[in-house]
Design a protein around this ligand. Sequence first.
Ligand code: 1CP
Length: 351
Amino acid sequence: MNGSDNATVFERAARGRPVPHTPIWIMRQAGRYLPEYRQLRRTVDFLTATRIPEIAARITLQPMQRFDMDAAILFSDIMTPLDPMGVEVEFAPGPVLPEPVRTSEAARAVRELVPEEGVPFVLEAIRAVRSELRPESALIGFAGAPFTLFCYLIEGGGSKDFMTARSFLRREPEASRALLDTLGRSMARYLVAQAEAGANAVMLFDSWIGMLGPDSYRRFIHPVLTRAFKTVRGATDCPIIYFPNRGGPLLRSMRGLDVDVTAIDWTLPLSRADALLGGGRSLQGNLDPAELFGPPDALRAAADAVLAEAAGLAGHIFSLGHGIDRRTDPDQVARLVDHVHERSPAGAGQT
Ligand code: 1CP
């Protein structure tokens, strides 16, 4: 669906158009906090689950069957497209690279992704989900942002501070730029391919961008993101969502990025994020995932506080400020979704 009136509530909110209620989805909504996910994972490992379209589609739909979410997010991982780019990735359960990229030569050897050849199973999973999803639910396709993928590629796995990756950026600036550029072009193509396969919106996850200062962001990352979003914008009408996790201090530098929605973590109020970004566009977020561990009344009050912060925005998609914790009680998620739907019609910009 597109900008016309049969667009989903999610797409309309992304574009800052009037909506009957604030749409909601939860970052990492298909995953280990759901008993039905854990049950299915007893029979199939994570990598296989992401590579068999029928299984990926089934997991994607699990939270849609249990809750009244406005959007599904494809069950996959930001590391999934790296294998066809020449980088082997294992999961334990987070990503681990047997051979991290540690030299200029290795950085330049990473190949550009051709989505139809490298990850046909992802595009197949999108088609399968879209054919089963209710027309009023959106499907979000996604990719890892260049810097976040760069962090895992160089570091070889998760890290407290990604010092190996951040030092490589300074020791090998030209090779780093070449790698970031390959990643930017590849992920732009990947998002476009997902939109063409039927995703209604595309999201770029920049989980580790908050580790860069504004100067490094402007020098190394802003040009790469600008080019990537330009490619996506030129090739599809899908709303574009960018999630600069812990990126509060960078938001002012991100004003010029051509995205429809910026997803905000819980460390700053939405109105403050909006002011830093210059206003006029939609935001997504930003309940602290820890609020789901409080008593139901406190959870509802915390959701109300997010909705109140969002009242002056051009558009708002309710979500968590980061992924849901695997110890979360699914009943709390149901309470949150229902509450946001009941409470939200009065918000500004929503008639
Ligand atoms: O054992 C398991 O079940 C594997 C756990 C798991 C799951 C459920 C991983 C490994 N990835 C995923 C799915 C996933 N990952 C989704 C789709 C489902 C959904 O959102 O509902 C998405 C969007 C991601 C994206 C992802 N993977 C990000 C970006 C978002 C974020 O949380 O910051 C990142 C950083 C990853 C890397 C990753 N993959 C898996 C783990 C445990 C991690 C984090 C590793 C780390 O801490 O560095």
